[in-house]
Design a binder for this molecule. Sequence first.
Ligand SMILES: CC(=O)N[C@H]1[C@@H](OP(=O)(O)OP(=O)(O)OC[C@H]2O[C@@H](n3ccc(=O)[nH]c3=O)[C@H](O)[C@@H]2O)O[C@H](CO)[C@@H](O)[C@@H]1O
Ligand SMILES: C=C(OP(=O)(O)O)C(=O)O
Length: 431
Amino acid sequence: MEKLVIRGGKKLIGSVKVSGAKNAAVAVMPAALLTDETCVIDNLPYIADVIMLAEILKQMGAQVTLEPRGRITINAAGVSSCRADYDLVRRMRASYYLLGALLGRFGRAEVAFPGGCEIGARPVDQHIKGFQALGADVSISHGLIKAYADKLVGNEVYLDVVSVGATINIMLAAVKAEGTTTIVNAAKEPHVVDVANFLNSMGANIKGAGTDTIKIKGVEKLHGCEYTIIPDQIEAGTFMIAAAATRGDVKITGVIPKHLEAVSAKLLEMGMYVEEGDDYVRVIGTGRPRKANIKTLPYPGFPTDLQQPMSVLLSVAEGTSIITENVWESRYRHVEELRRMGAIIRVEDRNAIIEGVEKLTGAQVEATDLRAGAALVIAGLIAEGVTEVTNIIHIDRGYERLEEKLRSLGADIERVSDQNNKVARLKLVKK
Ligand SMILES: CC(=O)N[C@H]1[C@@H](OP(=O)(O)OP(=O)(O)OC[C@H]2O[C@@H](n3ccc(=O)[nH]c3=O)[C@H](O)[C@@H]2O)O[C@H](CO)[C@@H](O)[C@@H]1O
Ligand SMILES: C=C(OP(=O)(O)O)C(=O)O
């Protein structure tokens, strides 16, 4: 077990490049199952979820070469099994995309219920509703979701809730179905568009991704392609918030500023300086932030995945702020940890009422999930004294070399083994 040890009080200064988007990468990789030709995907983040997914694809019979510099080559010609390894699947959320991809390729799929962050109930009823609309029989037994179809036929699917996972999974299943599938009330997140672009570069016919109505005209065959994943807007947002919190000056490069508008707008409202270039944003933390209210919403609203990091900035703001978490019903497990550091936060149902304090103080805290981990790291960067963040396997699921990138901006942060306190050898190979 490893932990991050942070000595707080250093301003982040300099420039940092974001990696490819986790939530696009973990959908694009299973999509490569839809062809028996080779797909080469660049700008993959070298994170635990990607490494695990590569392992799952390999175990299913695909030829996979994953390079730490962020390139993967997948050839799924040898995949004959429609079943994915139970243990690995349960360790991550995005393994649910194997369902749509296998169903689309073979007309059958058997995949265990996925894992992922514990942030509330994570049902898959909308995914199942979509598969059924295309003609699949779906059943659940012995912890497996099983889907079979003699033939998939396009249909209209109206999503009862805006779901990223269901939108992408239905696209994967429908891309080779007979006729046209229309997803109404589709998710509009940048990674939904990225997956549609990837599928189109394999020869699919998908229109409307990025709007709430997506039309997928089934094609007979998909072919191999070369593709570059979009930058991770959640990693970028994390650095923007960290820059503001430490009252630093950071240029975050390799981003699509449009994807960050909700974060930029909030930081501006809080009195921070935000500059947007063609492919960068620069954030200067101008002083103590002003209070602000935040309501998380599907894209283009404020992303739930940045709610926890943002709560740290609000915990040292002037005045009382309210966060309303509209997407996940229990994404406040980090609050108890922040309280150990001196934050004053009350959670009432889906609201967190945050009374800003002047400073946080270092403590031993636990990363209860991925973005909770990122939030606690930011808290450690601004706290007085030493903060130790444990259980960082969650952070490693979604951030590539987080502590290295922060160190390059001047942070005093190191990864140490939890047992003997020696600097742990990085498992992830340095680029
Ligand atoms: C791997 C990945 O991309 N993860 C992201 C994805 O998760 P994920 O795809 O799991 O999240 P969804 O967009 O599906 O969930 C949004 C809401 O819809 C509900 N819902 C979802 C599916 C369903 O069948 N039934 C249902 O009721 C969920 O409980 C939740 O309240 O989008 C979330 C919302 O932006 C992000 O927090 C996650 O980082
Ligand atoms: C909740 C997240 O991830 P996952 O859906 O993979 O658990 C996240 O990326 O913030």
